[in-house]
Design a protein around this ligand. Structure first.
Ligand SMILES: *Cc1c(COP(=O)(O)O)cnc(C)c1O
Length: 391
């Protein structure tokens, strides 16, 4: 139940990929023989499937290794290309590290960066975006849906503001594309990053949508050599992965409405069961403006890490960055104003295509059991309960 980290490859995706490892192994850039033509045809079809999901054109899709690379290419590529226009970009405190770390790097190189705050529900205000713009602003980068709390930002409203002011809008769509409808024209998106492995495709392949008309965008590439992908990203294409990415997009396009309903239903069931059986539980992020499969909750008086240790049979995640000895609470929850103690007490549930109702019931039961056991052993909880009883 950790589908925000990655998703399994859909068996239908794997089936279409397999021949491209062996019989159809051609290099899509080999223009002089049938092996190359066959690979190129497969890439063309996949590119069209991917573009269709976004209501974009095929020529607007550049393949990358994933959303991390797409975010790097978008931010660095725009800043370098349009440096005479201005040196100010706007982003948000709750963005993914692959945007925030790039922004930090750009700051070191003299670019001014504004990090917008979010409200306690995780949403940014389009008014704040408008107020942060100066005549030096060249780019706004706002994610479609957050990877921890699933909150969906008002991209179309921000797109309209950006358009009016002649500022480019980049959107990190890694969590949202394939899960919720995206129309790059209607939403005023100029650049959109996304990744196959978050939508039941293979790892190591992603794309950047780059608008080709009004305005026609040009980026300085990160990777040069051979001029593949219209000079935007050189290197031999991973044809099996590209083909799998295309099929993953086609399946998402077709099944998105039903899958959204099913995941929302399962998410609600999970939330209701946990709320019914445990007290002092809080939901993090907006209650409805969030991805269908996302649930993020804090369980007062327990450490999220301790809950996970009690659940070795379930794949869940805390928002904590446990790269150091002392885990830092999630910067996303902190940006919402969630107190440190509750940020440490959080769990992220990410339901996906292959989860079942039985699994939902099992997870609700096990989480309840482990949280109860930890609370019974917690002096803090005992003290708090005692205080309530005395009052
Ligand atoms: C997973 C993720 C990324 C990184 O994508 P990769 O393809 O794994 O590099 C970027 N942004 C968000 C919001 C993500 O969830």
């Amino acid at each position: 139940m950790d589908n925000h980290s990655t998703t399994p490859v859909d068996p239908r995706v794997l089936t279409v990929m397999l021949p491209y490892f062996s019989e159809r192994f051609g290099n899509a850039a080999s223009a002089s023989h049938a092996f190359g033509w066959e690979a190129q045809r497969a890439v063309d079809e996949a590119r069209a499937q991917i573009a269709r999901l976004l209501h974009a054109d095929s020529e607007e899709i550049t393949f990358t290794s994933g959303a991390t690379e797409s975010n790097n290419l978008a931010l660095k590529g725009v800043v370098q290309r349009y440096r005479e226009k201005g040196r100010h970009i706007i982003t948000v405190a709750t963005e993914h590290k692959s945007v925030l770390d790039v922004a930090k790097r750009l700051e070191e190189e003299g670019v001014e960066v504004t990090y917008l705050p979010v409200a306690s529900d995780g949403l940014i205000s389009p008014d704040d975006v408008a107020a942060a713009m100066t005549d030096k602003t060249i780019l706004i980068s706002v994610m479609l849906a957050n990877n921890e709390i699933g909150v969906i930002q008002p991209i179309a409203e921000i797109g309209e503001i950006a358009r009016r002011r002649g500022v480019l809008l980049h959107c990190d769509g890694a969590q949202g594309v394939g899960k919720i409808p995206v129309d790059v024209r209607e939403m005023g998106i100029d650049l959109l990053s996304f990744s196959a492995h978050k939508m039941y495709g293979p790892k190591g392949i992603g794309a950047l949508y780059v608008r080709k008309q009004s305005p026609r965008l040009r980026l300085v590439p990160l990777i040069e050599g051979g001029g593949h992908e219209r000079g935007m990203r050189s290197g031999t294409l991973n044809v099996p992965a590209v083909v799998g990415f295309g099929t993953a997009c086609a399946i998402c396009e077709k099944e998105m409405p039903m899958e959204g309903i099913r995941l929302t239903e399962m998410r609600t069931r999970l939330k209701d069961q946990i709320f019914l059986s445990l007290e002092e539980v809080s939901l993090n992020g907006h209650p409805t403006r969030r991805l269908p499969g996302n649930l993020n909750m804090s369980f007062a008086y327990v450490e999220g890490e301790s809950v996970l240790m009690g659940l070795p049979d379930i794949a869940l995640s805390t928002g904590s960055a446990c790269t150091s000895a002392a885990p830092e609470p999630s910067y996303v929850l902190r940006a919402l104003g969630v107190p440190n103690s509750l940020a440490h007490a959080s769990l992220r549930f990410g339901l996906g295509r292959f989860n079942t109702h039985e699994e939902v019931d099992y997870v609700a039961g096990r989480v309840t059991q482990v949280v109860r056991r930890l609370r019974e052993a917690s002096p803090l909880y005992e003290t708090a309960k005692g205080a309530v009883q005395r009052a």
